[in-house]
Design a binder for this molecule. Structure first.
Ligand code: HEM
Length: 332
């Protein structure tokens, strides 16, 4: 039976998600329908009409004459960025769990302060426990986020998506609240401006997690999807923060950086690690809903590809210079 699209798809990995597609999908590309689990017929001009399935954005972008290829480029650029982010986030999470968790289990919690002074304070149990819980929750967030965004996993195993989703929003709440308790109790290393930037970051994360959960409970999939993308953009912020610093150091040394995070670059960075992500997420949510055409799709793909390359380069720098050596040192 020909599939009719009565409601927008909710696939954040799909660049054109949410856009109504034609009742049947006429494709002229060489992608075999059988590989995508669909039945198809070919007309006399050699066009293929797909009559079942339709679960991928590639199919639907191909359904619009003349724009199939850039739809595929856009989809692959999304996938590359998601894959690069997941690998990088997983390495960062492994570092957090191995180093902060490892030394704490060995009774050497004071070694947290090798990362930043004042994280572990034997005289302040509340802030130490709060920042410790925030480390564990942050590690969980980095690993689960990209899995939750994969449309195929959501469709194939909705119960798994719900289970991991609960763990994800709880972790976001704990990471945000743990960080906020630490700021309230001890303040950040960078002083009032950093307190404001990180405080806002924590508040936004807790609020986003609540929105994601609330809309899922109400069954409002469109809003749930949009808030989940915003939450994901926020959660990768803490990891981007380190990488942006690493890349800046490699490119410009200590330019704009001061003792105790007092330089102009430090001041910019207290907001820059999550505000641009939110802007990109918002663009992604909106471009995914409306049809902007070739130029915007290609520009979006170029932006996503550049981001994927940046993530890969920054991850290698960090893994070889900080995360790797510290992980190893936790076991010595
Ligand atoms: C995915 C989420 C997060 C991860 C993976 C994460 C990870 C970390 C790590 C590893 C540190 C130790 C310092 C370092 O090694 O650089 C740290 C410190 C800190 N984090 Fe997070 N974090 C996350 C989210 C948050 C949020 C949402 C807030 C906002 C309240 C926050 C506030 C802080 C603060 C205040 C510190 C201590 C900074 C200081 O001493 O000045 N983090 N975080």
């Amino acid at each position: 039976m020909t599939r009719h699209w009565t409601r927008p798809r909710a696939d954040p990995a799909a660049p054109h998600a949410g856009r109504p597609a034609p009742p049947s999908e006429t494709v002229s590309s060489a992608i075999p329908a059988a590989r995508r689990g669909k039945e198809s017929t070919m007309d006399r001009e050699g066009r293929l009409t797909v009559t079942a399935g339709g679960s991928s954005a590639i199919d639907r972008t191909n359904g619009r004459p003349g724009i199939g290829r850039h739809g595929i480029v856009l989809r692959w650029s999304v996938w590359l960025l998601v894959a690069a982010s997941w690998v990088s986030g997983a390495i960062f999470a492994a570092y957090i769990l191995a180093f902060f968790g490892g030394v704490a289990l060995k009774g050497s919690g004071h070694r947290w302060n090798e990362a930043l002074p004042g994280l572990h304070d034997a005289g302040s149990l509340l802030t130490t426990v709060a920042i410790g819980a925030h480390f564990i929750a942050g590690g969980v967030l980095l690993v689960l986020g990209p899995i939750q965004l994969i449309g195929r996993v959501r469709r194939a195993a909705p119960a798994l998506h719900r289970g991991l989703g609960r763990a994800y929003v709880v972790s976001a709440g704990v990471a945000g609240l743990g960080g906020l308790v630490f700021i309230a109790g001890k303040g950040t290393i960078g002083g009032p401006l950093m307190d404001v930037g990180f405080g806002l970051y924590g508040g936004l994360m807790v609020a986003c997690a609540a929105m994601v959960y609330g809309h899922a409970r109400r069954g409002d999939h469109e809003r749930h999807r949009a808030w989940a993308i915003r939450l994901f953009a926020l959660t990768i912020g803490s990891w981007l923060y380190r990488m942006e610093y690493g890349l800046w150091s490699v490119l410009f040394g200590s330019l704009g950086r001061g003792a105790g995070f007092s330089g102009w670059f430090d001041a910019v960075m207290v907001f820059f690690f999550y505000v641009p992500n939110l802007v990109i997420a918002e663009t992604f949510i909106r471009v995914g809903r409306k049809e902007y055409g070739l130029a915007v799709d290609l520009a979006t793909a170029a932006l996503l590809l550049a981001a994927a390359i940046f993530v890969t380069v920054a991850t290698s720098i960090f893994t070889t210079s900080i995360w790797g050596p510290r992980m190893v040192s936790a076991f010595n």
